[in-house]
Design a protein around this ligand. Structure first.
Ligand code: HEC
Length: 111
């Protein structure tokens, strides 16, 4: 029993530290996600003066809008401390970056 007590008291402070640290990082993520949603909101401005077919412009703007919407969901899930949802949205965001780059960003090799 004494062993069990010691085990509990040895571990508990560590677990409390982890929770504090996790919440600190989630708060950082909330702030970063807010900044990302703002930034994504102004991505369409970047192609304002650029000659682009209507189809390409629509695709570009909707990819930027998807990123903005995902960033808002990321902010909400991080604020709600929902780790599972946060991880899912982070993966979605990764895929969004990649899909827009695949269509619109010049590959490094051809610069
Ligand atoms: C709506 C389309 C779009 C989305 C979404 C997008 N990007 Fe980009 N990104 C581009 C384009 C186009 C360029 C190339 C810009 C240029 O060459 O001037 C680029 C360039 C970059 C660069 C290089 C910047 C530089 O100065 O060379 C980085 C880093 C980058 N993107 C990161 C990201 C990340 C991270 C995400 C996701 C969170 C993301 N991008 C989402 C279109 C997008």
């Amino acid at each position: 029993m004494r062993d069990l007590d010691r085990f509990a008291w040895d571990r508990l402070p560590q677990e409390m530290d982890i929770t504090v640290e996790r919440n600190r990082r989630l708060d950082e993520l909330v702030a970063a996600a807010g900044a990302l949603s703002d930034a994504a909101g102004s991505i369409p401005d970047a192609v304002d003066g650029i000659e682009l077919s209507a189809v390409h412009r629509t695709a570009f703007v909707s990819l930027a809008e998807a990123l903005r919407e995902q960033a808002l969901r990321l902010r909400a899930s991080a604020a709600a401390r929902d780790l599972r949802q946060t991880e899912i949205v982070l993966r979605e965001i990764d895929a969004s970056c990649d899909s827009c780059h695949a269509l619109f960003r010049q590959p490094v090799s051809s610069r």
